[in-house]
Design a protein around this ligand. Structure first.
Ligand code: GTP
Ligand code: MG
Length: 448
């Protein structure tokens, strides 16, 4: 099967350039069912930002508060009538639903409103399609989109089956559905195999990184928190940043030198509330960097209201659990403090006593962050303090080969060396010394 451009979920255009050629953004009416009243504002703001990133502006909003959506129609009767009137009045390009629609609900709404209806998962997939730039990213997005369509078709299929077969369900419609599903399955199989191949070649690089002694540190957090900006501020990596959601899809890893130490810093895709599970699965291998990290820098946006930040942090933690990174140690980083006033900063300090406050924009707090990362790098090394007999000069070279913070001093019986060594190198050095002249070995106690 030939390569094909990934399709955006709710329209055929595939690039930002093509979007820009249109006259302005598409106009969207938003509909949502929310459980609690008090977080409408932050939820709608976030959904608006998602739409904005996808190239649409919100012209009107209809929110209903209830525990769960109406099974068949999503909104209740009254609200749906209201929405229908609004849509008739405003003539938007689409209706965007901040929630997950079943295949049946989506069809019902589209039939009723005579407009394109996009749900939250569809919208997020759309943004991923828009931002995917590497071959791997494109494969991952296409796989996620197909899985999404596939599960919707299953819904449709069950719907037909529930009708019990017989008049109106037989014939080409049914066959078409089956052959569509077979095609989807075949294509998904191809994509999975290709992704496995890409992952294999990436594994070679990854295992090289795993073999290196440098601690691996992953930036993770809510989308738009400033992870890539922080990556750039620390390493000068030149990763693209923007006031857009899911600007980053592919992982980037750079070395960060901290005096005599170095760590490997990785920037990855951001998370969001209710991140479609299709995407989490499709991006699983990209998220290896996070799962295998020695430390996760959980970056959060200090300018958000604390309640929103708490919810975002909870969503990030859930996703980290989902990808198997639940046990990796965390360091909280609150970014964008330059945009907080004095009072806001004081509150941040009280609320998050062990978080590091930084600004990727002004560089404020980055020294403190570097100091924390330095601690991590030092903490992974084993301090040694040894006396190496003059006859065994090769051991002095071996300390220089992998040691950090090395101190050397000539003593009557040999060379005194204090250093921080990777655990394995320390074990080998001590064993070598023991084999040669066992009396020379001492160990423990930090140099300096
Ligand atoms: N005021 C202020 N804005 C910042 C700071 N850091 C990042 N930003 C802005 O926040 C927006 C998002 O920054 P990114 O670095 O792209 O965020 P990200 O977390 O990588 O986002 P995704 O890759 O989309 O998940 C951009 O508009 C940045 O200019 C900061 O320290 N202060
Ligand atoms: Mg980014």
């Amino acid at each position: 099967m030939g390569e094909r451009e990934i399709q955006r979920t709710y329209r055929g255009r595939a690039t930002r350039e093509e979007d820009a050629e249109l006259d302005g953004p598409e106009r969207a009416v938003v509909a949502a069912v929310y459980g609690q009243k008090d977080d409408d504002e932050s939820r709608l703001a976030e959904f608006g930002a998602l739409l904005d990133t996808a190239g649409a502006e919100v012209v009107e909003v209809v929110v209903q508060h209830r525990d769960r959506p109406e099974p068949r129609t999503y909104l209740g009767k009254g609200r749906l009538e209201e929405l229908q009137l609004l849509v008739g009045d405003l003539e938007p390009n689409l209706v965007a639903v901040d929630g997950e629609l079943t295949a049946g609900q989506q069809r019902h709404l589209e039939d009723r409103l005579k407009k394109r209806v996009v749900d939250r998962t569809g919208l997020i997939l759309d943004i991923f399609a828009l931002h995917a730039s590497t071959a791997e990213g494109k494969l991952q997005v296409e796989l996620a989109q197909l899985e999404y369509s596939y599960s919707r078709q299953e819904g449709l299929w069950q719907h037909l089956e529930r009708l019990g077969g017989g008049v109106g369900t037989r014939g080409p419609g049914e066959t078409q559905l089956e052959s569509d599903r077979r095609m989807l399955r075949t294509r998904m199989g191809v994509l999975r195999r290709r992704l496995a191949d890409v992952a294999k070649s990436r594994d070679v690089m990854r295992s090289r990184r795993l073999a290196s002694d440098a601690p691996r540190i992953a930036l993770a957090g809510y989308t738009n928190a400033g992870k890539s900006s922080l990556m750039n501020a620390l390493t000068g990596a030149g990763v693209s940043t923007a006031d857009a959601l899911f600007e980053t899809l592919d992982s980037t890893t750079r070395a960060l030198e901290l005096g005599p130490h170095r760590v490997l810093l990785s920037d990855t895709v951001g998370f969001v509330r209710d991140l479609p599970h299709e995407l989490v699965e499709a991006f699983a291998s990209t998220l290896d960097e996070v799962r295998d990290a020695d430390l996760i820098l959980h970056v959060a946006d200090a300018t958000e209201h604390w309640r929103t930040r708490d919810e975002q942090a909870a969503a990030v933690e859930r996703t980290l659990d989902q990808i198997g990174a639940g046990d990796v140690p965390r360091l909280r980083v609150l970014n964008k403090v330059d945009a907080c006033d004095a009072e806001g900063r004081a509150d941040l300090g009280h609320e998050n006593s062990d978080a590091v406050l930084v600004s990727a924009r002004t560089g404020e707090g980055l020294d403190g962050l570097r100091a924390r990362l330095l601690e991590v790098a030092r903490g992974r090394l084993t301090p040694v303090d040894v006396l190496i007999p003059y006859a065994r000069g090769e051991l002095v070279s071996s300390v220089y080969a992998s040691g950090r913070e090395i101190e050397q001093e000539a003593e009557p019986e040999g060379t005194r060396m204090r250093a921080l060594l990777p655990e394995r190198a320390a074990a080998i050095l001590l064993a070598d010394l023991r084999n040669g002249s066992s009396s020379a070995v001492e160990h423990g106690g930090r140099p300096g």
